[in-house]
Design a protein around this ligand. Structure first.
Ligand code: NAD
Length: 467
């Protein structure tokens, strides 16, 4: 079977790096630590594979459907490995594997439209769409497989080849995914390269790369944009979020509390578009804090492989330290933890699900992205004040409004400055919708046909009309 991995540079011993199980904090496996110099060969191969891959859209779609089948057949192994290195409950890993296959199938069914322009001139103009070339896909550790698929499925469907670099915290399930996909795709159409920095930095600045599609934090996104500017490479950046949930005064607190809790704490809060701040009318504030704290105190936290677990550990030690630091800062600023507020005793990167109240609005846990199991609940006196606060950060990924009068909730949702707004839920996405953050949350559009066109360039042919 052809391997999807980089070949080693002759004479250089293949290095490896350790991968930890976040449920124990112990190393449980290793991954190849590819040297950046290997990228020349990887990108050259991706370039060579491109001419065959771009030539036949029908064969391409069939191969992508075959790839989706192969992912599903390997679902058990992928899901277990994903939980082991990422920490999420096994049921969530299965759901992630299913979404990975679904993305491949969805984009296999899309093709760009050739259009004609008829504007009265004696010329026949046709807009066709062409792929770009080798695409670099770089993803973070929170949803390693489905975020990778969100990048490679549209890029491949558009006729590009892909070099995919996972996070060094979660290289293993992606590596296995690469092997699985290689059973269905032609050689070198998708290559997985694992390794530590500066591997990603070298990949995004490689002159053979024609599109960099990156998901990760705002600071790294900025570095990626600067690096890609050197070769004027197209960039798509899906970056951090600090989504606000605004509760209206007619909200049914008991009816929404569980949904709101999980909108903030799914995947241990490590979701770009998790609810990261809640704004509540002053009259309802104590009731909402109490309802959320009840869920936080009773949720089953433990290793993702344990069948009873609903919430796993934080993925890695630096992120755990960051979550702890932001929480301690807020507590030092006068906030109170209605639940949690500390690490959990014992091994692993566990942090108690935390509901914070009385947080000063300027605290970093409100203005920044905590990306962990900590949720500040703030009170407001007027709706304008709440909307201004919700819009008052550098982020603009998503937002939600919760209330009983849906028309009013939709009117308020329309005032949120973000890419996607929800009413009475949060972070539900359709494969067919555009996904684009504003402000620091992103550049470019992913998802749906927009994601396909983001991997294509227009090519226009004019010819005289026949007499
Ligand atoms: P990160 O920015 O630290 O790393 C993301 C990826 O970039 C990793 O693979 C990393 O190895 C690589 N990288 C690091 N330095 C690089 C460089 N100089 N050049 C190129 N690549 C480099 O992010 P993270 O901590 O892994 O993930 C968490 C962040 O991702 C959060 O901010 C979260 O909101 C964001 N995120 C956004 C979305 C979205 O769709 N908008 C989705 C998921 C996560």
């Amino acid at each position: 079977m052809p391997t999807p991995e980089a070949v080693s540079v002759p004479g250089r011993r293949a290095a490896r790096f350790a991968v930890a199980d976040p449920a124990t904090g112990e190393t449980f496996d290793e991954a190849p630590d590819r040297h950046p110099d290997e990228l020349d060969d990887v990108v050259a191969r991706a370039r060579r594979a491109w001419s065959g891959w771009r030539a036949d859209p029908t064969a391409r779609a069939a191969a992508l459907r075959g790839a989706a089948d192969a992912v599903e057949r390997t679902g058990d192994d992928l899901a277990r490995l994903l939980t082991r290195e990422q920490g999420k409950p096994l049921a969530e890993s299965y759901a992630e594997v299913a979404r990975t296959a679904a993305r491949l199938r969805y984009f296999a069914g899309l093709s760009p439209l050739t259009r004609e322009i008829d504007d009265g001139r004696p010329v026949h103009s046709e807009i066709r769409w062409r792929p770009l070339g080798p695409v670099a896909a770089i993803v973070p550790w929170n949803f390693p497989l489905q975020l990778a698929a969100a990048k490679f499925a549209p890029a491949l469907a558009a006729g590009n080849t892909v070099v995919l670099k996972p996070s060094p915290f979660t290289p293993l399930a992606t590596r296995l995914l690469g092997f699985v996909l290689a059973t269905a795709l032609p050689q070198d159409v998708l290559t997985v390269v694992t390794g530590r920095e500066p591997l990603g930095a070298r990949l995004v600045s490689h002159p053979g790369i024609r599109h960099v599609t990156f998901t990760g934090s705002v600071p790294t996104g900025r570095a990626v944009a600067e690096a890609a500017a050197g070769s004027l490479t197209r960039t798509t950046l899906e970056l951090g979020g600090n989504d606000a949930a605004v509760l209206l005064d007619d909200v049914d607190v008991e009816g929404i509390a569980e949904r709101l809790f999980w909108a903030a704490f799914r995947n241990c809060g490590q979701v770009c578009m998790a609810v990261k701040r809640v704004y509540v009318p002053a009259r309802l504030h104590a009731e909402v804090v109490e309802a959320l704290a009840q869920h936080a105190k009773t949720v089953a936290v433990g290793p993702g492989l344990d069948p009873g677990t609903r919430m796993g550990p934080v993925n890695n030690a630096p992120q755990l330290a960051r979550v702890e630091q932001l929480t301690q800062e807020a507590l030092a600023d006068g906030a109170r933890a209605a639940s949690g507020g500390h690490r959990l005793e014992g091994p692993g990167y566990f942090f108690a699900p935390t509901i914070l109240t009385g947080v000063p609005p300027g605290s970093r846990v409100v203005t920044g992205e905590q990306f962990g199991p900590v949720l500040p609940v703030l009170s407001y006196r007027s709706l304008d004040e709440a909307v201004d606060a919700a819009n008052g950060t550098r982020f603009g990924l998503g937002g939600s409004v919760w209330g009983t009068d849906l028309d009013r909730a939709e009117e308020v949702a329309g005032r949120l400055e973000c890419g996607t707004a929800w009413i009475n839920h949060h972070a539900e996405l359709s494969l067919a919708q555009p996904f684009a953050g504003i402000k620091d949350s992103g550049v470019g559009v992913a998802g749906g046909p927009w994601g396909l066109y983001g991997n294509l360039r227009p090519f226009v042919v004019h010819r005289p009309r026949e007499a």
